[in-house]
Design a protein around this ligand. Structure first.
Ligand SMILES: [Zn+2]
Length: 158
């Protein structure tokens, strides 16, 4: 819920006064932002923004919607939303479901194990603990980033 939170339009922001949001997960600066559904609606109402995002996925033989880059070092797709780096799979999840990602919810690539995939049908919400279990299962080691990994990790080139 975003009770009491201003609903700033991306157009209303300026460089010196970025969106003010006290909610964890809406971290500005060097980390990733997770926009709200309302913010996405505004952003994608611009056909150019929508084309550059949704047009940058490629469907493979497994039905994965593969982001064509750039990427985070974690292997997740990186997309610049209103001047801030975001994770593509989270945007796809929000857009498909028409709702915000609840605080502390991870969006997991449980079905396809492909972090570059943005197919909402392959994305499942879960806890950090579950996400870590996924990671161990897929890579034999825990996540490089703990809870709040959206604020960690550097944009990578991959
Ligand atoms: Zn997939």
């Amino acid at each position: 819920m975003h009770v009491g939170l201003q609903q700033p339009s991306p157009k209303n922001r300026d460089a010196s006064d970025k969106i003010v949001c006290s909610l964890p997960g809406h971290i500005r600066g060097g980390g990733a932002l997770t926009p709200t559904f309302e913010e996405l609606k505004l952003w994608f109402s611009n056909p150019d923004n929508a084309r550059k995002f949704f047009g940058n996925f490629e469907t493979d033989e497994n039905g994965c919607h593969l982001w064509k880059g750039p990427f985070w070092q974690s292997g997740h797709g990186r997309y610049v939303f209103d001047g801030t780096n975001t994770r593509t799979h989270r945007l796809r999840w929000i857009w498909e479901r028409g709702r915000d990602i609840p605080q502390d919810l991870c969006i997991r690539h449980l079905l396809c194990k492909n972090k570059g995939c943005g197919n909402p049908a392959h994305l499942i919400g879960g806890t950090w603990s579950e996400n870590n279990d996924d990671e161990k299962f897929i890579h034999g080691r825990p996540m490089a980033f703990g809870p709040g990994h959206d604020s960690g990790g550097e944009p990578g080139k991959r």
